[in-house]
Structures are given as structure tokens and as C-alpha cells.
Write a new protein. Structure first.
Length: 324
């Protein structure tokens, strides 16, 4: 199975680079996809995800553009469907729609006037209605807007969105059993984050079992990997990254160390090859640190090594990366 690789574009932080520059560089470096995360207000300066991704789509022609992941229940559902359809249209059908229930920053939900409680149920309702909304079919709003805090009264009976667009591939994020169930019922892939390869292999088998309940093929496994691409001091970078995964994301220290990917092209390629062996079909590399350009180049070289055979990954003798 071929392994596709993408990069997460930096759209948050005190020193924000131009989205257009990062997207162009990623495409020139040969990556298969570019991604943005989604928050309203998490304590950092940050850009709105759908607008940032539209800018990335406008200056690229080949790479897939991905939302990884959209907090669908944080938005009014019909407006969210319109944004998704517009992104699919503007990108020429290159969108990958990652969806999660979110909730890691309760304050942004309060700011949006949306309750955290019930966000899983609201997400499932929108996912069930989304294919019809994107296809331009008349869609009943009664069930879709049930308990929807944004819904006005009285409500129209149905809505038809146009222009119709092909449904983008749907990736479901989250690490819980409920997220796996959601992926099995609705998703084309499951997108894990900061998860060691051994756990991904076990989850892939579980996805097959769950999908059989719905008479669906098993979703493929994708992984968001926070990585530090450095030319020297790889051990030190790995320790810093593991500390971040433990302190910011709440991973226990042992799991954080197993999930931390850091080093030069050869070291990163060796770690990423373990994800390929675990059945991952698409890796999204999120650079850890401010030097996004240098890290993209390290990732691109690691990608070239991964494109060769296992011996090339082990010895670091794959073809050189070319950043056009």
C-alpha cells in the first residue's frame, strides 16, 4: 500500500506566516496534501480554518486541501454545509473533510453560544444530512436543527443548497470508541492524532469489525503526527516534543515518548515507516516549532526516503528531495 504524506499549515501562533507561502512551498516540495486545524479562540492568535484553507486552495493546483478537523457541532449546520460545499467548489474537488466533536477548549464554545453537551449527537445529525445538502437535494431541517442553539423559530421545513458538489472524502477524528463508531458509520477514513503506531494497528482492526455492523467497508487509517524536523540535536528535540505532548495534550510520559517524532530526514523516515507498517495510508505531519520552512524541507527528504524501499529508509540512501 502506498503511503501519502501531507503537512499541517501553521495558522496559529504569535508569528503567523503567510498561508499562501506555506501552501505553495508544501506543493513544490511534493507533498500530497495540506491541512489546517480548527478553533475559534484557544488563547493564541489564529486564523479561521475555512478561510485559511480557501487561500491555500487558491494558490495551489495539485495538493489535496484538508480540514483536520472541523468542529462541526460548533457551527450552525446549514452554514457549515455551505462552507464545506464552497471549499469543495473553489478547490476543484480537492477537499478532504475531517470532522471531530471538539470540546478541548470549553471557552470557545461559550463564546459561540453553543453548549458542549450533546455535541456528539449534533455532529451525527449533520453527518447524516451532509450528503444530501452537498448534492443539492431538498433536506428536511426538522431533525437536523433539533436542539440546535442557533435555530430560529419558526423554522422552514427544508432547504436546498446550490451549486451541488461531489461529497469530499470524510475523515473522522477522535481517539475514543465513539469516534471509531462514528468513523465506521460515516467515514471514509479515521484520523488519529499523536497516537503511536502499535495502537493504530489495533484500532484499524477494530474499525473493520465496527464497519461490518453497518455493511460498510472498513475506513482507512490516517494519522496526524506532530514532528520536529531538525538537522542536529534530534534527541533534545524529541525530549522537548515529548514534554509538549505530555504537558499540553495530556499523554502519559511513556506514550508521549512513543508518539514523539523528531530528528533529521533519516530518523523521521524510520519513525514514519513504522506508521506505514501499522497500516496507515496517509500521514499528516504537523511541524513542532517556528521554523516551518526548514521543517517542511526535512519532512520532504524523509518523504523521499519513504518512497524507496525499506533498506533505503534504514540506511538513509534514498533519492534526494527536490524543493522546486
Amino acid at each position: 500500500m502506498g503511503l501519502r504524506t501531507g503537512v499541517s499549515l501553521p495558522i496559529a501562533g504569535d508569528d503567523l506566516p503567510e498561508v499562501t507561502a506555506t501552501a505553495r512551498h508544501a506543493e513544490a516540495a511534493g507533498f500530497d496534501s495540506v491541512w489546517v486545524g480548527d478553533h475559534l479562540a484557544d488563547g493564541r492568535p489564529l486564523l479561521e480554518s475555512t478561510l485559511a484553507l480557501a487561500a491555500a486552495a487558491a494558490v495551489t493546483t495539485r495538493v489535496r486541501v484538508g480540514l483536520g478537523v472541523l468542529q462541526l457541532a460548533l457551527r450552525q449546520p446549514v452554514w457549515a454545509a455551505k462552507q464545506i460545499a464552497t471549499l469543495q467548489h473553489l478547490s476543484g474537488g480537492r477537499l478532504i473533510l475531517g470532522v471531530g466533536t471538539g470540546g478541548s477548549v470549553p471557552a470557545e464554545w461559550r463564546a459561540a453560544g453553543v453548549p458542549l453537551e450533546g455535541r456528539g449527537r449534533r455532529t451525527d445529525r449533520v453527518l447524516a444530512a451532509l450528503p444530501g445538502l452537498l448534492a443539492g437535494e431538498p433536506t428536511a431541517l426538522d431533525g437536523l436543527l433539533a436542539e440546535e442553539p442557533h435555530a430560529p423559530a419558526p423554522r422552514p421545513e427544508q432547504v436546498t443548497l446550490a451549486p451541488a458538489v461531489p461529497r469530499p472524502p470524510l475523515w473522522i477524528g477522535g481517539g475514543t470508541e465513539r469516534a471509531l463508531l462514528r468513523a465506521a458509520e460515516y467515514g471514509d477514513a479515521w484520523l488519529a492524532a499523536a497516537t503511536p503506531p502499535r495502537e493504530l494497528a489495533a484500532a484499524g482492526a477494530r474499525l473493520g469489525e465496527l464497519a461490518a455492523r453497518y455493511g460498510r467497508p472498513a475506513p482507512r487509517v490516517a494519522a496526524l503526527v506532530i514532528a520536529a524536523g531538525v538537522r542536529e540535536h534530534g534527541t533534545r528535540a524529541a525530549e522537548r516534543l515529548a514534554g509538549f505532548l505530555s504537558g499540553r495534550l495530556g499523554l502519559d510520559p511513556d506514550r508521549a515518548a512513543r508518539a514523539a517524532v523528531a530528528g533529521g530526514p533519516k530518523e523521521i523516515a524510520e519513525r514514519l515507516d513504522a506508521y506505514r507498517a501499522a497500516g496507515v495510508h496517509h500521514l499528516v505531519l504537523a511541524p513542532f516549532g517556528a521554523d516551518w520552512r526548514g521543517q517542511f524541507d526535512v519532512f520532504a527528504e524523509a518523504r523521499q526516503l519513504l518512497g524507496g524501499d525499506r533498506e533505503a529508509v534504514r540506511t538513509g540512501t534514498g533519492s534526494d528531495a527536490t524543493v522546486r
